[in-house]
Design a binder for this molecule. Structure first.
Ligand SMILES: NC(=O)C1=CN([C@@H]2O[C@H](COP(=O)(O)OP(=O)(O)OC[C@H]3O[C@@H](n4cnc5c(N)ncnc54)[C@H](O)[C@@H]3O)[C@@H](O)[C@H]2O)[C@@H](O)CC1
Ligand SMILES: Nc1ncnc2c1ncn2[C@@H]1O[C@H](COP(=O)(O)OP(=O)(O)O)[C@@H](O)[C@H]1O
Ligand SMILES: [Mg+2]
Length: 293
């Protein structure tokens, strides 16, 4: 039985005067590819703006210098690539070896699609014991793995928060959810129930994003169509990762993240109008959204 939640949003606790970076999370963002360096950069900036202590962006070596220029606050790691994109094995070994260095992982924005990406995502999804936000091309990679073997991702080593838009959800679940909220709730609840791990939280994005973890769901009431612009989903990934890094549970991080994401979008639309709003404006108004929360 799935039930709509009426719990109040869980927000971040006030900061201790002696807080330090480690208290607020070390987040690894894995994303980017030739021509899509902006996506992981927006994710990383949203993670920082959401309070994370440290952000590292792992991105193909060819994209690393571009991503690094987006913020002096980023650290960056080069992913080994061949002529076809990310060379999975070398990256997997290094990244899994680094698993204790990072408290939260966020994978997918701008990552591109290739066999190497599919293999990289599948192995990290299974092996990393920390909370992981899975978005964009990592969701597409999951869909490719599940197509080959429906049990390929059955038992991840840690909690997973998936953030598909309807197109990505259709690839994962096999069918586009209906437009009505009730259809979307049913679609995402069925998807969660099919996952035996009990470690899944899914945010089905759209006009009224829905978060579901199996037994419960919540419908987001903030946001506007000005947010239907490239990069805003990459920002949501970073917000959720930043909240996970500050030790919110996946359910709470997903609910609060989609709420704040929409509030920032509404503040931006009030100032700039829905037509001209772009993803980086959402980052500009995110601090105000946090202050209002
Ligand atoms: N500046 C950058 O580097 C950017 C990179 N991006 C990356 O581009 C890659 C592809 O992501 P996209 O989402 O653009 O491409 P997708 O091919 O995943 O999604 C686009 C298609 O999905 C369907 N779709 C999306 N939203 C829908 C909705 N609300 N209702 C119904 N159908 C819907 C539509 O068929 C649409 O053509 C991702 O890795 C993403 O992170 C994008 O985030 C845009 C910005
Ligand atoms: N009409 C809308 N009203 C409110 N939010 C919207 C609307 N359209 C899109 N959004 C939000 O914008 C974001 C788009 O995500 P996504 O498609 O992944 O963008 P991208 O991959 O380009 O970053 C989602 O969080 C979605 O909820
Ligand atoms: Mg997206």
């Amino acid at each position: 039985m799935i039930d709509v939640t009426d719990e109040p949003l869980t927000t971040l606790p006030p900061r201790q005067r002696d807080g330090h970076k480690g208290d607020y999370g070390r987040v690894l963002v894995i994303g980017g590819s030739r021509g899509m360096g902006g996506a992981p950069a927006m994710t990383g900036l949203a993670t920082l703006r959401s309070g994370a202590g440290l952000v590292t962006v792992a991105t193909p070596a060819s994209t690393q210098p571009i991503v690094a220029t987006f913020s002096p606050c980023f650290m960056t790691l080069p992913l080994v690539e061949d002529d076809y994109g990310i060379a999975d094995y070398a990256n997997v070994v290094d990244l899994i070896a680094a698993r204790e260095q990072f408290d939260v992982w966020a994978i997918g924005p701008g990552l591109g699609r290739s066999d190497g990406v599919t293999e990289l995502v599948a192995q990290l999804y299974r092996e990393i014991p920390r909370p992981m936000v899975v978005d964009a091309d990592a969701l597409n990679a999951m869909a490719a793995s599940l197509k080959r073997n429906p049990q390929a991702l059955a038992n991840p080593a840690g909690p997973r928060v998936l953030t598909p838009h309807p197109g990505e959800f259709a690839r994962l679940a096999g069918a586009m959810p209906g437009a009505a909220t009730t259809d979307r709730v049913t679609a995402v609840a069925n998807f969660c129930e099919r996952d035996p791990s009990g470690k899944l939280t899914v945010v089905l994005k759209g006009r009224h994003s829905i978060v579901c973890d199996g037994p419960r769901f919540a419908v987001n009431g903030t946001g506007n169509p000005g947010m239907a612009t490239g990069g805003t989903g990459d920002c949501l990934t970073g917000i959720v990762a930043g909240l996970l890094g500050q030790r919110l549970a996946p359910w709470d991080a997903a609910r609060l993240g989609m709420h704040l994401h929409g509030v920032a979008g509404d503040l931006a639309a009030m100032k700039l109008g829905e037509v001209s709003l772009i993803a980086s404006d959402l980052l500009t108004y995110l601090p105000e959204a946090f202050k209002a929360c």
